[in-house]
Ligand binder design. Structure first.
Ligand SMILES: NC(=O)c1ccc[n+]([C@@H]2O[C@H](COP(=O)([O-])OP(=O)(O)OC[C@H]3O[C@@H](n4cnc5c(N)ncnc54)[C@H](OP(=O)(O)O)[C@@H]3O)[C@@H](O)[C@H]2O)c1
Length: 259
């Protein structure tokens, strides 16, 4: 991407999708300071503009637009516009959706609604950034997956399968892009307070607030950790479950709470 005459390479450019609430909002507020160009997306204009205003008050330059991550052309154009204004230093593909469905007649629509955002949205966010960062020979991409991306969970399908994709895509890109000077990380949180988890009616072990999650993510990214999976007791539990013989795991997971 050519830098335009108006581009300001002194600004550190950070793109965060799904910044209108939860983890994305906490990340935007964490990174907001003078010298940072924050490019934020979400769907709810009112909440997104409120986050943008908080970030401006912290000294950041903010471009906040309600770009749906499912719109491939709009996402590509958003990222190219940001890259024309500053270096593209960090792109966080965070936007995501979860939820259940009421009846099997709505199953196909449910699967597509989740995968369009959690898989298609990740691709639409990450891919336009790749050639720009390769050309810069610098930059960092973070894909927000989940600890649900380590186990196939009938109670959270197809959310869980979409997060397998997100984690795996990030980890593959990490190896592909390292020789080009571009760093990539998969973010795999456990339960974090947000609008998404506020709907859950089951116990959420080791639930943490979104500000703490944002600090853990930002620290991991600063250290270029390939996989930022937390909290560790939940990760350990998932890892131990994964060691069980499949029939036993199948029996346990099919009895786990449903979204
Ligand atoms: N909370 C957890 O326990 C947890 C655990 C593991 C992973 N995660 C992942 O963390 C990420 C953030 O989730 P969260 O917990 O912070 O939930 P959240 O508060 O519901 O935030 C989701 C964000 O994604 C945005 N979004 C959804 N669909 C979009 C679309 N089509 N286009 C653009 N933006 C869209 C939402 O925008 P609007 O609000 O404006 O609609 C919102 O800003 C998700 O990928 C989620 O799967 C969360």
């Amino acid at each position: 991407m050519q830098q335009t005459p108006q581009s300001n390479t002194a600004l550190v450019g950070i793109v965060i999708t799904g910044a209108s609430s939860g983890i994305g909002q906490a990340l935007a507020e964490h990174y907001a300071r003078p010298g940072i160009l924050l490019a934020l997306t979400g769907r709810d204009a009112t909440r997104l503009q409120a986050v943008a205003e908080t970030c401006r008050q912290r000294g950041a330059t903010v471009d906040a637009e309600t770009v749906p991550v499912t719109n491939r052309a709009a996402m590509a154009s958003f990222i190219e516009r940001i890259a024309a204004r500053s270096r593209l230093d960090l792109v966080i593909a965070n936007a995501g959706v979860s939820g259940g469905f009421k009846d099997w007649g709505g199953f196909d629509a449910h699967v597509r609604a989740i995968t369009d955002v959690n898989i298609g949205g990740v691709i639409n966010t990450v891919n336009p950034a790749v050639p720009i960062m390769v050309k810069q020979r610098s930059g960092q991409i973070a894909v927000v997956a989940s600890l649900a991306g380590f186990l196939s969970m009938p109670g959270a399908g197809p959310y869980s399968s979409s997060k397998h994709f997100a984690r795996s895509y990030a980890e593959e890109l990490r190896g592909m892009l390292a020789p080009e000077g571009v760093r990539v990380s998969a973010i795999c949180p456990g339960f974090v307070t947000s609008r998404m988890t506020a709907r859950n009616k089951f116990p959420m072990p080791f639930l943490m607030d979104e500000q703490r999650a944002a600090r853990i993510i930002a620290n991991g990214l600063a250290r270029n950790q390939g996989r930022i999976a937390f909290p560790w007791p939940m990760l350990a539990m998932i890892r131990l479950l994964g060691l069980l013989p499949y029939p036993m795991l199948d029996w346990i997971l099919s009895r786990a709470p449903k979204k």
